[in-house]
Design a protein around this ligand. Structure first.
Ligand SMILES: [Mg+2]
Length: 213
């Protein structure tokens, strides 16, 4: 894949991510309202709009574009989820850089972002955060690392979806819902849900690119 193709693919991914957040904003808000302030949908849309707004700037490679979008997202979204998402994708973008973009490289970049979220966000899988979608996704992506990226990504998606479903049975111990702990029981974590929608947005773009060939 040429660098120009990769940059264009990343642009399409970020635009698709905004479209997905707009489509699901009400649902994310309702989930957040169960144990938080109900702003998660609004926050994600505001952040993704800021990420889309920096797309026209010249980016040397797809990783740089992702990092730049992540920082714009973080500034605009604010709050805990803005910071966590910002850390995740800014770190992943920096590690991804100019590629190569084989499955193992993308998985390693996402893993680096995940590690930063765990360390700086002081969260672990089981705490009812986006990590409950991300961690199982990355384990599944690693397991498919010898397959082409669009195939591996699609193969790993059910792990994120199952991880997200499982958050309904968890009590938040950190992150946005921690102060309302027990009230979060029975509701999926909005961060895990939004992350899964973002992973699905990536699949939609790279899956289509694959079938175009
Ligand atoms: Mg909130």
């Amino acid at each position: 894949m040429s660098e120009a193709t990769s940059v264009e693919t990343m642009r399409r991914i970020i635009r698709q991510a905004l479209a997905s957040m707009e489509e699901h904003a009400d649902e994310l808000g309702r989930l957040d309202a169960a144990a938080g302030d109900g702003d998660h949908g609004i926050t994600m849309v505001r952040g993704m709009k800021a990420a889309v707004a920096v797309l026209d700037a010249n980016a040397p490679d797809a990783g740089a574009l992702l990092s730049r979008g992540a920082l714009a997202f973080s500034d605009a979204a604010g709050g805990a989820s803005g910071a966590l998402y910002g850390m995740l994708f800014a770190t992943a973008g920096r590690q991804l850089g100019a590629g190569p973009y084989a499955t193992a490289d993308v998985a390693a970049a996402m893993r680096a972002g995940c590690d930063v979220v765990m360390r700086l966000g002081k969260a672990q899988p089981g705490d009812k955060t986006l990590l409950d979608a991300l961690e199982p996704f990355l384990v599944a992506l690693d397991a498919a690392a010898d397959r082409p990226l669009p195939v591996a990504w699609r193969t790993a998606l059910p792990a994120a979806q199952a991880g997200t479903a499982a958050t309904a049975g968890m009590v938040a111990s950190c992150g946005r819902s921690a102060t309302l702990g027990e009230r979060s029981l029975g509701h999926r974590d909005p961060g895990a849900v939004s992350l899964t929608y973002l992973l699905e947005a990536v699949d939609k773009v790279i899956g289509e690119a694959e079938s175009d060939r």
